[in-house]
Design a protein around this ligand. Structure first.
Ligand code: ATP
Ligand code: MG
Ligand code: MG
Length: 551
């Protein structure tokens, strides 16, 4: 049953089910709760939960909380919220820390089998004796301790009798292995820290490589899917599983991690951006976190679709952020209600507009969705247009407003620019226009062609709004290509958030609830910020209208 459209993970699973190697597919998404989830994690989530769903299996959400130094409950809660928001349901919620007792027993089993020893070397000595790719490591002077001595020393480590860093427990594998991961890796270290779940109970904590396979074994995980950098750790994963009595033998498979243009994805860097106050928290709309994308106006469906489009491969690559934007635009084009917002207003007075008259015109809410219906927009003598839609001396190809020229106000009337009013400094402050009262709805009765159509708001009911125009956080397309000696923060884009304080929006937009999504005509997709209020609306730019994907 070869299926050309399957990715390599699907092929492996299909085969395993056909062979009877496994009866049920069990996967897990194993975040360390030391930060918020980012778009790279979304790829892993879609893959792990996706495989379980597709093959009728189950997927656990497992907190890989074996390192007490960096982990916090805040992160645990944020991660659960983000996984749910992305649209996935875990079979079981697990914590690696629940298995500390079992890990410890397996560590004792390794010691008793002569396969682990307590080393008194400090971290620096261990590193120095580890050798290099071309040079074998050298055995620790403590490598041949007796089982009895190892058990006694490990008990003392566990009882808190030694200082942090003074002793570690190491697996006894092969200091000359061509795979550096197999040169007697550390499996337990002393950390006198409170753990967010086990409190002060432990002062020795297991290392990731030692714990991860055992977590999978305990949970009956069949396909332990992780990113490529763990490929060289797989022999170690298998060694730990093979050398104790586990209830189940899991297997590890590696796929390429997601890299995105104009983006950094390491949690260490994201945490630094937050703690230095460079961004407004983990959910700043410029952050590549799931919560940042949510606040920016992204939908869960667009992120899932993006993860489908990029596929699952075995070679690392750089994905264009434009693809993610494209996935979102395609969705919002069908679903987002249209509205008019003038970000940088220029006053226009319609001189021949009947004094005191207010007209009300129908405006479709979404031309892509007839079910979205229409609303009424009001217009009177004073309107505002976008400052950029006027040029006193138009350049070639400029079909918007300029002296003596006509444009259509969307849904409304054709106007013609007359006098240009300026302040003492020569800045344009107001335009005097005439309106063709026969062009109600936007068409000229004599059939003359009007090239430009502008969005606008009526001065009589427009609401002043703050609009945050977000761009990329960084200026460098591939953040792996930083110049030598530079820090990623040297590439921060000072223009990544431009705030328009004087924007004017049509009154229906002012009623938006946080996260409501709109297309502001001719601008792009925006969503209402969590701080929005009817008397002071706040919107965030989600993505502009112009789709540059594949162009
Ligand atoms: P970081 O390097 O940013 O700290 P991490 O890999 O240490 O991330 P974890 O919390 O351990 O973060 O990740 C949970 C899961 O998500 C792991 O299985 C990891 O392989 C996967 N993952 C992390 N980053 C990416 C990425 N950029 N693309 C795909 N999967 C990822
Ligand atoms: Mg990790
Ligand atoms: Mg990491």
């Amino acid at each position: 049953s070869e299926n050309k459209n399957q990715n390599f993970i699907e092929e492996i699973i299909t085969k395993d089910l056909e062979n009877g190697t496994v009866n049920e597919v069990v996967t897990r998404f194993p975040p360390e709760p030391n930060g918020y989830l980012h778009i790279g994690h979304a790829k892993s989530i879609c893959l792990n939960f996706g495989m379980a769903a597709q093959f009728g299996g189950r997927c656990n959400l497992r907190f890989d909380d074996t390192n007490p130094a960096k982990e916090e409950t805040e992160y645990v809660e944020a991660i659960m919220e983000d996984v749910k928001w992305l649209g996935f349901e875990w079979a079981e919620l697990r914590y690696a820390s629940d298995y500390f007792e079992q890990f410890y027993k397996w560590a004792l089993d390794l010691i008793k089998a002569g396969k682990a020893y307590v080393d008194d070397q400090n971290a620096e000595e261990i590193r120095a004796n580890r050798g290099t790719l071309t040079k074998p490591g050298s055995d620790s002077p403590y490598r041949d301790r007796s089982v009895g001595e190892n058990l006694e020393l490990f008990a003392k480590m566990t009882a808190g009798e030694f200082e942090e860093g003074s002793h570690v427990l190491r697996a006894k594998i092969d200091m000359a292995s061509s795979n550096l991961n197999l040169r007697d890796p550390v499996i337990y270290r002393i950390l006198k820290r409170e753990h967010h779940r086990t409190g002060a109970k432990w002062c020795v904590y297991p290392m990731y490589d030692f714990a991860h396979g055992y977590e999978d074994a305990i949970e009956g995980v069949t396909h332990s899917i992780c990113t490529l950098e763990f490929q060289d750790h797989r022999p170690l994963y298998d060694w730990f599983i093979a050398n104790v009595d586990v209830p189940h033998v899991p297997h590890q498979y590696e796929f390429a991690r997601l890299n995105l243009t104009y983006t950094v994805m390491s949690k260490r860097k994201l945490l630094e951006l937050v703690s230095l106050g460079i961004v407004d928290g983990w959910d700043d709309p410029r952050m590549p976190t799931i919560s940042g994308f949510r606040r920016r106006g992204y939908t869960a469906a667009s992120i899932r679709r993006f993860c489908r489009e990029i596929g699952v491969a075995k070679a690392d690559s750089m994905v264009e952020v434009e693809l993610l934007q494209h996935c979102l635009r395609e969705e919002l084009n069908k679903t987002a209600r249209r509205g008019m917002a003038v970000l940088n207003p220029l006053k226009v007075v319609l001189e021949n507009w009947p004094e005191g008259f207010v007209d009300e015109l129908p405006a479709e809410n979404n031309p892509e969705d007839p079910e979205a219906g229409s609303r009424k927009v009001k217009i009177g003598r004073e309107v505002y247009i976008e400052r950029e839609d006027f040029m006193e001396e138009p350049v070639k190809g400029f079909f918007r407003l300029s002296p003596g020229k006509e444009v259509r106000l969307k849904h409304a009337y054709i106007i013609k620019c007359g006098e240009v009013i300026k302040d003492a400094a020569g800045n344009v402050t107001e335009l005097r226009c005439s309106v063709d009262m026969e062009s109600r709805g936007g068409d000229a009765p004599d059939g003359r062609k009007i090239k430009g159509t502008l969005h606008w708001v009526w001065g009589g009911d427009a609401v002043k709004a703050r609009v945050n125009l977000y761009g990329h956080l960084f200026t460098l397309r591939n953040m792996n290509d930083m110049e030598e000696g530079k820090d990623y923060k040297d590439y921060l884009d000072p223009q990544s958030c431009v705030v328009m304080e004087e924007a004017l929006v049509e009154p229906t937009l002012a009623q938006a609830a946080p996260l409501d999504k709109f297309q502001f005509l001719r601008h792009g997709y925006f969503c209402a910020d969590s701080a929005t209020m009817p008397e002071r609306p706040v919107f965030n730019l989600t993505v502009s209208l112009k789709d540059s994907w594949g162009k």
